[in-house]
Design a protein around this ligand. Structure first.
Ligand code: F0G
Length: 488
C-alpha cells in the first residue's frame, strides 16, 4: 500500500483492502469480447487508432470517462420530468439553481460541452500575443487558445512529469515559475491563469488547496483572473480531503465551494463532472459574464439550453448534487488506486500515485526498445487492444502536433490512458485488465512501432490512421494463441 492510499471505508476481516462497490447494478448492457483474430481485423480497419474502433469490437471501453460514466436511478428518473421549452425552461432553472448552490456563482451560461466553453472563453479573453500560464494543457484547451493567437505556458512543478512519485499533488502550479511569467510578459499580456482540476494529461493529478490559495494571492497582487477548469473537480476535491490534512474532516461541498471562491471564472464539461452531457460556464463577475453572454446564442443555443437537451439538463442538475457524495465520488479514484498499486507491484511502469479519471501506463518505460518517433504510446494502446479487447487512449506524441518545420513535437510523457468511468466496471473486469496487461508486459519485446498512413492537420489523434512498422501484430497474435489456446 502506498503512503497516500485512501482510507478504506469498509474493513475486511481477511485484512486486505478492496474498493468495495457502494452501489448496485440494475441496468446492464451486453459486452463483446471478440476473438483475437477479429480484434486484429478491427484494429487494421481502425488504422491502429483506438478512436476509430467501434464498441461492437470492444470488450471494456476505457477510451474515456467522458459521457460514459454510469447514471444513477435518480438521474434517469429526473430525465422523465424534463420541461421542453426553447426559452425559460424549468429544467434549466433547476440546473442554474444547482450550479449557484454548489459554486456560489450567481451568473451561469450553458454550453453543449467543455470545449464549447473553451471556445467562448478563448474568444472573449485571448488576443494575439497573449500568454496563458497553467498547470498543464488539455488538447482542446490548447487548440482554442492557440487559434485565438495565445501562447500556453505549462508551469508545473518538478514532480509533475515524474512517472513514479508519491507526491500527493502533482497538479500544483510552481509559484516561482508563475512569478517569472508575470515578470517576463507583464500583466497586460496575461488574460488569465488557468488551473485544471485533476490535471488530465499528466495522469488525472490534483492540485492542493494550499497551492490554489498561493496562486490566488499572486493573482490578487497583480489583478489577474483565475479560470478554473472544473471538469474533474469532484475527484480533485476528494483528493484534497484524502491527502491534505487540513481537510480530512471537511465535506466535499465545503471543499468545492472554497475552490470556487478562489476562482473568477469556472467552466466544466458535464460529460465528466455530473455524469451526464453538456457544459457550464459560471462566474460572479458581471464584467466577465458580459464579455461571454452574447456568444452563447450565437454558437450554442438560447441562454436557457445552450445546445443541450432538457433531459441532459435534468440529469446534470441531479449529477452535480451527487458529486457532493463521498461514496459516489470515491468510486473511480479507489478503483484506479487498486489497479495502479497492483500494476506497480508487478513492476509494470505506471504513473503513481493513482489519480482521477484513469490509470496511466508509462509507454516509454513499457516499450523502452522503441524510439519516441515510433509512437510508443500509440503502439502500446494498439497492442493492448489486441491482447485484451480493451480500448485505451494514446496520450503521447500522436496527441501532440508538428512544429513549423514539420517535425513531431515529442510529448513530455508517453502514456496509455485506461479510463475508469464512474461505477461502470466490476472488480473482476479490472482483474482481467491487470492480467492481460501483465501478459503483454511479459511479451513486450514483440511489440513494434507505428507510422502514419493518413495524418490530418488538426487534432490528428482523433481521425488519423497509422500502420505497424513490420509484422509485429501477427507475431503477438501467434504468441497469444500459443499461451491461451482457444480462449477469448
Ligand atoms: N477540460 C478537460 C480537463 C477535459 O478533460 C476535457 C475533455 C475538456 C476540457 C473538454 O470537454 O469533451 O466536453 O468538450 N476530456 C475528455 C477526455 C474528452 O477524454 O479526457 P468536452
Amino acid at each position: 500500500m502506498s503512503e497516500i492510499s485512501s482510507k478504506e471505508m469498509v474493513k475486511f476481516y481477511a485484512g486486505n483492502a478492496l474498493p468495495l462497490e457502494l452501489h448496485k447494478v440494475r441496468v446492464v448492457q451486453k459486452l463483446h469480447l471478440q476473438p483475437i483474430e477479429q480484434r486484429y481485423r478491427a484494429l487494421q480497419e481502425a488504422g491502429y487508432n483506438s478512436f476509430l474502433l467501434t464498441t461492437q469490437d470492444t470488450y471494456l471501453d476505457m477510451l474515456t470517462d467522458s459521457g460514459c460514466n454510469a447514471m444513477s436511478d435518480r438521474q434517469t428518473a429526473a430525465m422523465m420530468l424534463a420541461d421542453d421549452a426553447y426559452a425559460g425552461s424549468q429544467s434549466y432553472l433547476r440546473l442554474e439553481q444547482r450550479v449557484q448552490d454548489i459554486f456560489g456563482t450567481k451568473l451561469v451560461l450553458p454550453v453543449h460541452q467543455g470545449r464549447a466553453a473553451e471556445n467562448i472563453i478563448s474568444q472573449a479573453f485571448v488576443r494575439k500575443g497573449d500568454h496563458i500560464p497553467m498547470n498543464y494543457h488539455f488538447t482542446t484547451t490548447k487548440a482554442h487558445i492557440e487559434i485565438n493567437g495565445g501562447t500556453l505556458h505549462e508551469i508545473f512543478t518538478d514532480e509533475a512529469l515524474k512517472i513514479k512519485s508519491s507526491h500527493p499533488f502533482k497538479g500544483n502550479i510552481d509559484i516561482n515559475k508563475l512569478k517569472n511569467i508575470i515578470e517576463t510578459y507583464g500583466v497586460e499580456k496575461i488574460p488569465f491563469i488557468r488551473l485544471e482540476a485533476s490535471t488530465n494529461l499528466i495522469g488525472g493529478q490534483p492540485f492542493s488547496m494550499k497551492n490554489m490559495r498561493e496562486v490566488r494571492s499572486i493573482a490578487d497582487e497583480h489583478g489577474l483572473m483565475i479560470v478554473l477548469d472544473a471538469s474533474l473537480i469532484g475527484e480533485n476535491a476528494y483528493f484534497i480531503k484524502q491527502r491534505e490534512d487540513e481537510y480530512k474532516n471537511a465535506e466535499i461541498s465545503t471543499i468545492l465551494r472554497e475552490m470556487a471562491d478562489l476562482s473568477d471564472l469556472i467552466y466544466f464539461s458535464a460529460r465528466k463532472l455530473s455524469s451526464s452531457r453538456g457544459g457550464i460556464i459560471c462566474t460572479n463577475d458581471e464584467g466577465i459574464y458580459d464579455k461571454m453572454r452574447d456568444m452563447v446564442p450565437l454558437f450554442e443555443g438560447f441562454l436557457t439550453y445552450g445546445g443541450m437537451s432538457v433531459r441532459e439538463i435534468e440529469a446534470m442538475a441531479v449529477g452535480l448534487e451527487e458529486t457532493l457524495d463521498d461514496q459516489m465520488i470515491c468510486q473511480s479514484p479507489s478503483f484506479i488506486e487498486y489497479f495502479v498499486e497492483k500494476i506497480d507491484e508487478l513492476g509494470i511502469p505506471v504513473v503513481t500515485p493513482g489519480g482521477g479519471l484513469g490509470a496511466h501506463v508509462d509507454a516509454k518505460g513499457f516499450l523502452s526498445h522503441l524510439p519516441q518517433e515510433q509512437y510508443p504510446a500509440g503502439a502500446l494502446v494498439a497492442a493492448f487492444y489486441l491482447a485484451s479487447g480493451i480500448r485505451g487512449m494514446e496520450r503521447g506524441t500522436i496527441s501532440s502536433v508538428r512544429d513549423e518545420t514539420g517535425n513531431d513535437i515529442l510529448a513530455d510523457i508517453e502514456l496509455m490512458r485506461l479510463a475508469f468511468p464512474r461505477r461502470v466496471f466490476t472488480l473482476s473486469q479490472i482483474e482481467y485488465t491487470i492480467d492481460r496487461l501483465r501478459w503483454l508486459y511479459d511479451n513486450r519485446h514483440l511489440v513494434g512501432g507505428l507510422e502514419w498512413d493518413a495524418e490530418p492537420r488538426l487534432l490528428r489523434f482523433f481521425l488519423g490512421k497509422l500502420k505497424p512498422i513490420g509484422d509485429w501484430p501477427q507475431k503477438l497474435m501467434e504468441k497469444f494463441r500459443n499461451d491461451f489456446g482457444d480462449s477469448l
